[in-house]
Design a protein around this ligand. Structure first.
Ligand code: NOJ
Ligand code: CA
Length: 510
């Protein structure tokens, strides 16, 4: 692959706990992931991104990192991680890992040292300890300050088990430079940066949001970029959630991150005008910077796309998650197929969250006592949270655990997933898996990095061509529309009606 592999890559997101279990304890692991690498190669993705694989008490699904230089024992060992990187590379798959710079686990050596060392110690300066709590709220609900036995309070923007680092301390900068080198030296191709915009805090401005997008945060990423440039071809992907495109774009300046997740597209409703606007804004933001856009439909933090697109309100909002809101899954499934062809045709990179290629819906009926997401208790048991998109994958067979492993999965799988296993879909030409695989194969040669040209169409239709001559049409209206002149139908998300493209259907023409 050329030096710029990442500009047009299809990147598959692995949530290790839920991907595949190799040792039968019901929890996904590196042995399981390694055994399924041929599946990912066959699917045709260019890279995988793994959410955190470090030792962690799992207070927040691994985003509470206890040691940035090792592997969670239930997932495997550092040696296995190195083998995994080598095996992925042999199959032509790049490896992206998650780095969590805003906070660590309260079990990390540094935080334990800070607790033991007491008020005023240098060890406490690595975090935010205060004699009085501030009034910021945790993003997971409840206060953002927790008291320790000696009376001081520490800041955690997320769960209390996730103390925030103090990024005014040079030791913190040094530590993360070392961590980046540790993984780049082991062959990791890219880093996904968790909660990238909230590292720097302004406590004094009186702003309840004084941790979002403070100017000094950009210095952190400039330093990281300089470090990455010492290696060949390593990249950063920022988790930057902003409605404001201008502020978002600042993270993509040539001396900062290479790419960032396009959450505007993810949150956009299934509506032609809104999608056109999101795509146009995205292109307008990225092109002047020379940064490739990314197209994201789902991840481990949001309700699965089949469910979202089947609801009356198809937009996404973190603040109003709509957990449990009823959905027409057939409608959502049909739209998801069309959305997949749209996302894969657009210029830039595309992300596929594990299970998206199987058309899995959100699991809405996980019993409260089995839920693991800290959002559930921290919201006073009012917001079920993100477990419904993290249910272990169905691989094969007619009943749970569906080939996930041999033990009982850490979250229960719906019985109805017998029709959605990778095995059941592999031979079915009409399945979601076949659609993704076929689309990714076409995409390899004809799509990815570049630009698009909009075609004239009615307002309810998105229509554009790419440099390769491929035309993508998506019909979001209520009536079928006539296909423009073409030589071949390369792929359609659903059956065409003669020369017409039905509602909620996408087609690739050449
Ligand atoms: C974003 C991650 O995607 C999410 O899963 C996590 O809970 C927060 N950052 C905190 O690390
Ligand atoms: Ca396991």
């Amino acid at each position: 692959m050329p030096e710029t592999w990442w500009r047009g890559a299809a990147i598959y997101q692995v949530y290790p706990r839920s991907f595949a279990d190799g040792n039968g304890d019901g929890i996904g692991d590196l042995a399981g992931l390694r055994s399924r690498l041929p599946y990912l190669a066959d699917l045709g993705v260019n890279a995988v991104w793994l959410t955190p694989w470090y030792p962690s008490p799992m207070a927040d699904g691994g985003y509470d990192v206890a040691d940035y230089r090792d592997i969670e024992p239930t997932f495997g060992t550092l040696e296995e991680a190195e083998k995994f990187i080598a095996e992925a590379h042999e199959l032509g798959i790049k490896v992206i890992i998650d780095v969590v710079p805003n906070h660590s686990s309260d079990r990390s050596a540094w935080f334990q040292e800070a607790l033991a060392a007491g008020p005023g110690s240098a060890a406490r300066q690595r975090f935010w300890f205060r004699d009085e709590p501030g009034d910021w709220k945790s993003i997971f609900g409840g206060p953002a300050w927790t008291q320790v036995p000696d009376g001081q309070w520490y800041l955690h923007l997320f769960a209390p088990e996730q103390p925030d680092f103090n990024w005014t301390n040079p030791e913190v900068h040094q530590e993360f430079h070392d961590v980046l080198r540790f993984w780049f030296d082991r062959g990791v191709d890219g880093i996904r940066i968790d909660s990238a915009a909230v590292l720097v805090k302004d406590f004094d401005g009186g702003d309840p949001d004084g941790y979002t997008d403070q100017p000094e945060v950009h210095d952190v990423y400039r330093g990281w970029r300089r470090l990455a440039e010492e290696y060949d071809d390593r990249i950063f992907i920022g988790e930057v959630w902003f409605p404001d495109q201008e502020r978002f774009a600042r993270y993509l300046r040539p001396d900062e991150m290479h790419t960032a997740f396009n959450f505007d597209f993810l949150a956009c409703p299934w509506d032609a005008a809104a999608l056109r606007h999101s795509i146009q804004e995205t292109m307008a933001t990225h092109i002047p910077l020379g940064a490739p856009p990314t197209w994201v439909l789902s991840n481990h933090d949001v309700a699965r796309v089949v469910t979202r697109y089947g609801r009356e309100d198809t937009s996404w909002d973190h603040g109003a998650r709509r957990d449990g809101v009823p959905a027409d899954l057939e409608l959502g499934y049909r739209r998801s197929r069309a959305a997949a062809l749209l996302a894969m045709a657009l210029p830039g990179g595309v992300y596929i969250y594990q299970g998206e290629e199987l058309g899995l819906p959100e699991v809405d009926d996980i019993p409260g006592e089995l839920r693991q997401d800290p959002m559930w208790p921290r919201s006073g048991y009012t917001i079920p949270g993100r477990d419904g998109c993290r249910v272990p994958l169905p691989w094969s067979g007619g009943e749970p655990p569906f080939g996930f492993g041999t033990g009982e999965p850490w979250l229960p799988q719906p019985e109805a997933w017998n029709k959605l296993t990778a095995e059941a879909q592999a031979q079915d030409l009409g399945s979601m898996l076949t659609l993704y695989k076929t689309a990714l194969a076409i995409r390899r040669d004809r799509l990815g990095d570049g630009t698009l040209t909009w075609l004239d169409s009615t307002p309810e239709v998105l229509a554009f061509t790419r440099e390769s001559g491929l035309t993508c049409l998506v019909n979001l209206g209520s009536e079928p529309v006539r296909l423009p002149p073409h030589e071949t139908v390369l792929l359609a998300s659903g059956p065409l009606e003669g020369e017409e493209l039905p509602t909620d259907t996408a087609v690739w023409l050449a």
